[in-house]
Design a protein around this ligand. Structure first.
Ligand code: SD4
Length: 340
């Protein structure tokens, strides 16, 4: 069933009004709307990440930061924990392979204060693509490296070649091959996306994934695409996406969430507005399978998904918790669910 939202419904729910000009011109964000749906953070640094497994990511990021590391170090260290977790079938080692049985990983990292970015796509045989993405950012004049070139760069930088395909994932892939005529892909996929904010209002973010299970070899998802799977604007805030990457990428949706925040929406309202905006014209309506997290420079944070069941993790020095996100539309998160 396709759940639709019409244009008028979208516009009625979106009360940007006079602040629209700010969004169009760029610059600092407008004053937040009085009906703030987001939570207000009081303790720093703040880490917000996708899915329940994001709690371990956040905790590692916080621990790293508290050992006098930078926010960017914290993002990298947090995501490395998820990449190293073989039980996580969607990120790093133990990720679901592509249709040829090869694990291809996507990742990016972004630093707010200088708006620098590094990204890798469809990289094979490297355990920590988040760290390769950071090297791309810091050691090359480029933003993104893909495929064999990304792997060669990683090896040149001293990363070790690693077998990413675990026995469990290989068995599943073999079973999938037997029935591949019926099932074009696996729905089991989740991304770790981590947003971080310090007490000075500086922001960093990163994401890492093995992407859509049994995808076509060479397929690149939203996660390494700046503005698709992640966007950081140090004047405003940051947003990240998980779910069906194709539906995030087609709308530059993380960028869209940040621009809604710039125009005055709080993070959660901005996530909802992006979903409604996309659903107002997309043939899929609200059946988009996309889920957003966002935070703003003032420490507000929130999340929303096209459908129920999306969880996100929030961590500060005071507390570390997993929340259920606000759902737009009646669908539920698919078998990937983040709850495996
Ligand atoms: C992708 N967005 O490659 C990622 C996968 C994901 O929940 O986040 N799934 O399409």
């Amino acid at each position: 069933m396709v759940i639709r939202i019409n244009r008028r419904e979208f516009l009625t729910n979106l009360t940007i009004g006079a602040t629209t000009a700010t969004a169009l011109l760029g610059g600092e964000m407008a004053t937040a709307e009085p009906n703030n749906r987001s939570a207000q953070n009081k303790s720093y640094p703040l880490f917000v990440s996708t899915w329940a497994f994001g709690k371990a990511t956040n905790n590692a990021a916080l621990g790293n930061y508290q050992r006098d590391k930078s926010l960017l170090d914290a993002v990298e260290a947090g995501i490395q924990v998820t990449e190293a977790d073989v039980s996580n079938a969607s990120v790093g080692i133990g990720g679901i392979p592509n249709a040829d049985g090869i694990v291809q990983l996507d990742a990016c990292i972004m630093n707010g204060p200088d708006h620098r970015v590094g990204s890798v796509a469809a990289i094979e045989g490297i355990a920590h693509p988040i760290s390769v993405a950071r090297r791309v950012m810091e050691k090359t004049p480029h933003v993104m490296l893909a495929g064999d070139g990304a792997q060669k760069f990683a090896l040149d930088q001293g990363f070790q070649r690693t077998n990413l395909l675990t026995q469990a994932r290989q068995e599943e892939w073999k079973n999938w091959q037997k029935k591949r005529e019926k099932e074009a892909h696996s729905d089991a996929h989740d991304t770790i996306t981590l947003l971080a904010l310090d007490k000075n209002g500086d922001i960093a973010g990163g994401c890492s994934t093995s992407g859509w299970g049994y995808k076509l070899p060479g397929r690149v998802g939203d996660s390494p695409i700046i503005g698709g799977g992640l966007y950081v604007d140090n004047q405003v805030g940051a947003a990240g996406c998980t779910g069906k990457g194709e539906n995030c990428m087609r709308y530059c949706s993380s960028f869209m969430v940040v621009e809604f925040m710039r125009s005055g929406l709080d993070p959660q309202s901005a996530c909802i507005a992006a979903i409604k905006r996309i659903a107002s014209t997309d043939p899929l309506g609200l059946n988009l399978e996309i889920y957003f997290i966002a935070l703003d420079k003032r420490g507000n944070y929130g999340a929303a998904g096209a459908g129920k069941g999306f969880q996100y993790a929030v961590t500060t020095p005071e507390d570390s918790q997993v929340f259920q996100s606000e759902a737009v539309g009646g669908g539920t998160v698919g078998p990937e669910g983040g709850n495996r």
